[in-house]
Design a protein around this ligand. Structure first.
Ligand code: TXA
Ligand code: MG
Length: 326
């Protein structure tokens, strides 16, 4: 789709798929109830799960929500980038966007094509990940093209998404603030910027969110981001190795190449050369998409050694994608 066609559609209450630095987004005017309803319908998304609204900067954010000194500091440091801030919403944001909540999630994407489009329209853009509800977010043009089949809205091709997993969602309406979704922007980085210890909902509930917390962050159901092929997760690499003899003609996804496993009976994908967390995140969803397309019986993968906060975000996505953990 051309840039002009995209702007025309957005100005006419229609939806487009845009690339962001995290994952592709299904975008529309955040101020148009009609357009937002199209997004929910296309995704098959429950109306109880709010959308993130995208803006160019903190000044534009203040038009749709009540900003404060913490959002000021955080946006100064992390925007444009993979941090969504949850703040009290202003009346101009339709309740459909926020699933009736009195807060709104807002972020400033860094992808140049997304920013160019934001600068060419006069409203903020609501954009959930461009996948059917509960499926894996697309991180490449090829993956996003497959997602909606014949019903696909036109796509702006932005190549492969640099980061590869969705933004960190930080709720600034609680004291202390709390992380509702882990992402590439880490707890330590956030604490360094605001000088306050924050909570991490995911830590408290050991990666799966409890019922009361899921009301706070309606999108964080424990089963989410699923490939069609069952993903069997192993707590450690050793556990996976123990099970290797029973894995035949299926898929194994490993974090790095130098594992040297005797995996002759399985098709093996590696998420990175040497275990670099940003490389693993970048490749994660695309590798799951690729594996899914091969129509094997199962996909097997170990959780990552939890030494790094980006690894926690990756483990969070792996857990939500898995049907079983051994
Ligand atoms: O990286 C991203 O955030 C991507 C790109 C396209 O920006 N978007 C994305 O949107 O991942 P989505 O809709 O797939 O996930 C939005 C998450 C959900 O877990 C939702 O519940 C949470 O953000 N969220 C949105 N608004 C919220 C609010 N007001 N309060 C609490 N959680 C909110
Ligand atoms: Mg999503």
């Amino acid at each position: 789709m051309s840039f002009d066609e995209c702007i025309h559609r957005l100005n006419n209450n229609d939806v487009c798929i845009l690339p962001s630095e995290t994952v592709y987004g299904l975008a529309c005017s955040a101020l148009s109830t009609e357009a937002v309803q199209k997004v929910f319908k296309l995704k098959g998304r429950p109306s109880s799960n709010p959308l993130i609204v995208h803006v160019l900067d903190h000044r534009d954010a203040s038009k749709i929500c009540l900003t404060n000194s913490l959002s000021e500091k955080l946006s100064h440091f992390f925007w444009p980038g993979p941090l969504t801030l949850v703040l009290p919403k202003k009346n101009c944001v339709p309740p459909e966007v926020t699933a009736g909540l009195n807060t709104v999630g807002v972020r400033s994407p860094s992808h140049p094509k997304f920013r160019e489009i934001l600068s060419s329209v006069s409203f903020p853009l609501a954009a959930p990940s461009a996948n059917k509800s509960n499926k894996i977010s697309p991180t490449s043009y090829g993956d996003v093209k497959d997602e909606f089949g014949q019903d696909s809205p036109p796509i702006i091709d932005g190549g492969t998404c640099e980061l590869g997993i969705e933004s960190t969602v930080l709720d600034l309406t609680t004291s202390p603030p709390q992380i509702l979704r882990l992402g590439m922007c880490t707890k330590d980085q956030i604490e360094d910027v605001i000088g306050i210890k924050i909570r991490d909902v995911n830590e408290i509930t050991s990666s799966h969110v409890t019922n009361s917390d899921s009301k706070k962050s309606p999108g964080q159901m424990s089963k989410h981001y699923c490939p069609d092929t069952p993903l069997i997760l192993y707590r450690t690499l050793d556990k996976l190795i123990e099970n290797l003899p029973s894995i035949k003609n299926e898929i194994i996804i490993l974090p790095k190449k130098n594992h040297n496993l005797p995996v002759n009976n399985a098709l093996t994908f590696y998420l990175s050369e040497f275990g670099d967390p940003t490389e693993i995140a970048h490749n994660l969803y695309h590798t799951l998409h690729l594996s899914d397309k091969l129509n094997k019986k199962k996909i097997h993968a170990p959780l990552l050694d939890n030494k790094n906060s980006i690894f926690s975000a990756i483990n969070d996505r792996l857990s939500r994608a898995s049907s079983n953990c051994l």
